[in-house]
Design a protein around this ligand. Structure first.
Ligand code: NOJ
Length: 572
């Protein structure tokens, strides 16, 4: 009997090796493990979010107070704008110490408490990693410029002569004058892709490379879930290969990702790389071994063209052109961020059309390629148009990223310099300074006039109003979270029967969605055909009306209307 049992067990164990009759085991869907595939990400600046100590500037303790708010609207991950010590000439994107917290925003203890509280609420925190350059006040640069023999000389990129392309490839044309500037002390030129006070680090120096890993390791160890990697195409430039078409070292990204994951297996890197679709693979890696996520700047600019003109073709093409990405990779889709909307990838004619509609005044334009406004004022505060834009954002193939205040429809302040126009303090209540600070003067003015003034537009008011944009945004986030197909599934742009209506279908794990958006201010008829669809259930309607008959379906959409349908199922 004993022997028999042993043979039986052995037999069972060996079946898979000898038998042709394969048992069907569902493959593990590895991509479902990647938290970033379907996360709703919220970008904020600590200094502009909530002041807790009445000094006029937001801080980590203020942010801790507002975590319940972020949880309530459905945020999965916070992306923190730079918070390290900085002279603040580029709003923190000029770091003077990579291992600290700016004392104006709190102590390292406050920061750690914030991370703990966020984690406790199930909110991940990613941070801006600005390692292409430092502030010129950073001790490394101070030492580097002291003498040609300094130990830190080679940490930056120097040239004895002024290079031929000293004024080419500027990121801030109109404001910036050159990319190579003379350093009086040693009589040599240093390279800076951005402002003059942001000297580029030299990654061909192994010591700099190692230091960048120290920085990544340090913050992951603190509890950070990943990074928004600033200025990716510039970090990977091979120094002195020209400022117009430099050589790029993509292995850098693979190494960085490997390093990050060796310290924290689910750490994710979200890259800021405004590149053409042909280049995407270089950044994601052929098999997803590069950075995990990138902002889809290409789709973003064509989306603004579609919003401005109603012409959907270039945007649909952009969605098709950015479709093929490795399984482990993901797009981050966004409407507005903390910078100008970069329209540099549109044709001149297309850009002019967007300017004419959304930024006709030259004070609204920036760097000869963009618009420095928030979404609501660009869309004339037209609620239907704003909803269309956000409903679309939440339905795009990738993870949605929103910027603080967009959920309220906050406005901009064009009297502020360059991109500060879209970085005004968060409007919490109708009290002094919008409840952002108890100080008489905020570090940056709170919008206090007209339709966008805090007196009318604030969280407290909108939170109570089921018809407010804030309540609508929380509902659409909830809906988005019930549709994992969007972040994980295959998608197809299907024929909507109208040139004004974008129709997208998602399929994943035997679940499907069809989502429609009408870009025209007038109502339009959609007619969809699909053999695979028997019944459509409207996910936003209160009743459970069945739609569609034998693979055909027609519906009228209001001007700027949108519809989310689940195929053949009433619930997720
Ligand atoms: C990109 C950031 O988004 C921008 O705000 C900043 O000025 C530059 N990188 C330089 O760090």
């Amino acid at each position: 009997m004993k022997n028999f049992n042993f043979s039986l067990i052995l037999f069972i164990l060996l079946i898979p090796f000898f038998s042709n009759a394969q048992t069907k085991v569902a493959p593990v869907k590895v991509k479902e493990n990647f938290w970033y595939k379907n996360s709703v990400i919220y970008n904020l600046e600590v200094g502009a979010f909530k002041d807790s100590d009445g000094d006029g500037r937001g801080d980590f303790n203020g942010l801790i107070q507002k975590l319940d708010y972020l949880k309530a609207i459905g945020i999965d991950a916070i992306w923190l704008a730079p918070f390290q010590p900085s002279p603040g000439q580029d709003d923190g994107y000029d770091v003077a110490d990579f291992y600290g917290v700016d004392e104006k925003l709190g102590t390292i203890g406050d920061f750690t408490e914030f991370l703990y509280q966020a984690q406790k609420k199930g909110i991940r925190v990613i941070m801006d990693l600005v390692i292409n350059h430092t502030s010129d006040q950073h001790p490394w640069f101070q030492k580097s410029r002291q003498s040609k023999d300094s130990k830190y000389r080679d940490w930056y990129v120097w040239s004895k002569e002024r290079p031929k392309d000293w004024d080419k490839g500027m990121v801030f044309p109109g404001v910036q004058k050159e990319v190579w500037s003379l350093d009086e002390k040693t009589g040599e030129y240093y390279y800076h892709r951005f402002y003059k006070f942001q000297p580029d680090l030299n990654y061909s120096n192994p010591e700099v490379m190692q230091e960048s890993q120290r920085i990544i390791g340090y913050w992951l160890n603190q509890g950070i879930a990943g990074f928004r990697l600033d200025a990716v195409p510039f970090i990977i430039e091979v120094p002195k290969t020209g400022s117009e078409k430099p050589k790029l070292d993509f292995d850098f990204l693979t190494n960085m990702r490997q390093f990050a994951q060796s310290r924290k297996s689910d750490a994710a890197i979200l890259g800021e790389a405004n590149v053409v679709p042909e280049e995407n693979q270089n950044y994601f890696g052929k098999n997803g071994e590069g950075i995990q996520m990138m902002f889809n700047f290409f789709a973003n600019q064509h989306l603004f063209y579609a919003l401005a003109t109603g012409d959907l073709k270039p945007f649909s093409q952009a969605i098709e052109q950015t479709k093929k990405i490795p399984e482990a990779s993901q797009w981050a889709h966004f409407l507005r961020n903390h910078d100008e909307i970069d329209l540099g990838r549109l044709t001149d004619k297309q850009r002019q059309e967007v300017y004419a509609k959304f930024g006709p005044d030259t004070t609204m334009q920036l760097y000869q390629r963009g618009i420095r406004r928030r979404l609501a004022p660009m869309l004339g505060n037209n609620r239907k148009h704003i909803e269309l834009a956000y409903s679309l954002l939440f339905s795009l193939p990738g993870a949605p990223v929103i910027r603080y205040g967009e959920e309220l429809g906050m406005g901009d302040d064009l009297s502020l310099k360059e991109r500060l126009s879209v970085r005004t303090p968060m409007q919490w209540t109708n009290e002094k300074n919008g409840g952002f600070t108890s100080a008489d003067t905020a570090f940056r003015p709170v919008i206090n006039k007209g339709d966008y003034g805090y007196q009318q537009l604030n969280v407290a008011k909108q939170f109570r109003d089921p018809n407010s944009l804030l309540s609508w945004t929380s509902r659409i986030i909830k809906l988005r979270k019930s549709c994992p197909e969007i972040g994980l599934g295959d998608y197809t742009l299907i024929d909507s029967g109208s040139p004004d209506i974008l129709a997208i279908r998602y399929d994943y794990n035997r679940k499907s969605l069809i989502i429609l958006h009408n870009f025209n201010p007038q109502s339009r008829q959609a007619s969809i055909k699909s053999e695979k669809m028997k019944v459509l259930y409207d996910l936003m309607a209160e009743n459970l009306d069945k739609k569609a008959e034998s693979g055909k379906f027609s519906v009228s959409l209001d001007g700027y209307g949108y519809k989310w349908y689940r195929v053949d199922s009433m619930i997720p």
